[in-house]
Ligand binder design. Sequence first.
Ligand code: PRX
Length: 634
Amino acid sequence: MSNKIQTLSGYIHEYSKSIQDPENFWSRIADSFHWQRRWDSVVEWNFEEPNINWFVNAKLNISENILERHLFILGDKPAIIWEPNDPGEAGRIITYRELYEMVCQFSNAMKAHGIGKGDRVIIYMPMVPEAAVAMLACARIGAVHSVVFAGFSAQSLSDRINDCQATMVLTSDGNFRGNKTIPIKEIVDEALKSAPSAEKVIVLQRTGQRVDMQDGRDIWWHDAITGMAKENKAEIMDSEDMLFILYTSGSTGKPKGVVHTCGGYMVYTCYSFQNAFQYSIGDVYWCTADIGWITGHSYIVYGPLLAGATTLMFEGVPTYPDPGRFWNICDKHRVNQFYTAPTAIRALQVFGTEPIEPYRLDSLKVIGSVGEPINEEAWHWYHDHVGKGKCPVVDTWWQTETGGIMISPIAGVTPTKPAYATLPLPGIQPVIVDNNGKELTGNTVEGNLCIKFPWPSMLRTTYGDHERCRQTYFSSFKGYYFTGDGVKRDEDGYYRILGRVDDVINVSGHRMGTAEVENAINEHPKVIESAVVGYPHEIKGQGIYAYVICDMEGRSEENLINEIRETVTKIIGPIAKPDKIQIVPGLPKTRSGKIMRRILRKIASGDMANMGDTSTLLNPAVVEQIKEKALTPS
Ligand code: PRX
C-alpha cells in the first residue's frame, strides 16, 4: 500500500515528481508487482506513428499478479462478493484461493479446447463471477479477451467476432436482468451464422432455460472443467503483449477495437484504483458497471483484484425488485466504496429519498461517479443523501482508450467540487488546446482536452487498423493524444469536462457514434437518408434524436417509426434505440452536401430561436419545415 497518497502535500509532491522524472516515478510504482523479468527501460514512445512501449522487454503475467501474489496473505479473504439479480437467491463469496483454483481450472479447459497465446476469445456473459474468471483465465494463458456487452445484438456480436477473428466464444444459457430473462445463447447462435471463425462455444448454465447445443461446437462450462487440474502455470507475457481488445464507438460508423497491453495496464489500473478510492485492505468496494465496458474491466476486475481488494459484482439492475436495491446491497454487504454512473443517480433521484431511508449507509466512505458529466443537482443529491454529506464524491474522468482514471479527486486527499473532475492523477499531463492546436496555458480557459505525455494504460492501437488509431487520436493536434472531449479549467485550475466535441453521443453513459446509429436506421428498406444527433435528456444525459427521410408509400408514420426502432435494436441493440424519430421532408445541407448538424442539434434541444446563418444552405426552407414538426420539448 506504499503507493497510496495520503495528504494534499503528498499529492502535490508525487504529481511534480511524476512530471519531472516519469521514468523514476513509474519504475517505483511498478516495483511493487511481480515481474518475471525486469524492464530495460520504463517508456519509449512517439505520438507520431504512434508507438508506445511501457516497461520495455519486461515479462509478467497479470493473473499471476492477481492470484499467486496474493495467495499467501489474502488467500482466505473474499476476492469477489456476488449479489444475484433476484434478492431471494443466495449470493456467493469467492476467496482469493477459490478464485485462483477457478481461474486455473478454466485456463486448463480453454487450453484443452485449443486456445493458446495470442488467440482471441469473445466473452458474452452475464454479470456472474465466471465472467471475471473467464477474463482472468484468458489473461493467464495469454489469450486476448474481447468482452462484448450482453445487451448487444447478434449482428453487433458477429461484427466483433469477425473483426478480431475470434476462435472461441464464452457465454451462458441466459441472462437475468430485472424481471426479464434474456436468451443470450440464442443470440450467440444467430451471430455465429455469419461469424465462422468461432469454432468453439463454452456455455455456462445460469438460468436453466433450454438451449440448442451444437455438436462439436458447443460445450457446457461444467463439462469443460470436469477433470481439469486446479493448478496452471501462467504464460509468460511480454509487457507489450496484447491483454484485451474492447470495442468502442467513434465518429465513424464502425466500432473500433481498442487494444490494451499487459504491463502498463496492470500498473496503472492498480495504482489509480488504490488512490482515487483510497481503498484499504478489508474494505468492500462496489462498482455497478457491467464488465462489457471499460469500467468493468479496470474497476471491477483488474484494478481491485490487483490491489487485493474485495470487489462486489451485481448481476441485476438498480430498480429491481424496487428502487432501493442499490442501497439494500450497500447495507447488506457493508460497502465502503461505491462507484456508479450519473445516469443511475438521476434515475434513482426521481424516486426521492424514501427508497434510501430503510437502509444503513454508514459504512460508505467514498462515492464515485463515471461515464458522463455529472450535473450539479445530481452531484448534490448523491453527496447529501447517499454519502450523507460525509463521503467525498470522486468524479472520475477517463475513457476506454485511457484504460484508467485520468482526472479525478483522490478521495479525502484532494478537494472536490460539484460537477468537476478536478485534478489529474500523478503521471497524467492534460492540456487544453484551441481549434488550431495551440496550447492554452493558465487558468480560466476552455477548449479541447488533450494529453501530452504517455501514461502506462493508454491504448496502443486499434485492432487490425493502426492508421485509424493514428488518425482518430493523434492527428487532430500534432504531438498530443486527443480525447474528443471539451473541457474548461477554472480559476482554481480544476478541470470540468464539458462533453464530446465530436460526433459521439453519450446515452446513459453508453458511448455511441451518430454515424453508427444512422447506418442502422438506413438498413430499413423505406429509409432514404437519416441524421442523428444527441439532445439533453433529464435522466440519460443525452437522448438520441433521429431525423429520417422515408419513402412513405403504403406505410403510416407510426408504423414506420416503430419499424425503424426495431431495426436499430436488431442491428446494434436496445441501447441505441432512438428516443425520438422525426420523419422529415429533407435535411439541411450545405452546398457541398454536408448535413448541418448544428441546426439539427439546436432543434432537437428545443432551442428554436436563433438558427444562425442558414442562407448558405442548399435548401433553407427545410429548416422551417423541420421546426414545425419538431418533437420537443423532451
Ligand atoms: O465524454 C467522456 C465521458 O465518457 C467518454 C468515454 O466513454 P467510454 O470510453 O465509454 O468510457 C466511459 C467510462 C470511463 C469520455 O470521452 N466521460 C467519462 N467519464 C466522465 C465523462 N464525462 C464527464 N465526466 C466524467 N467523469
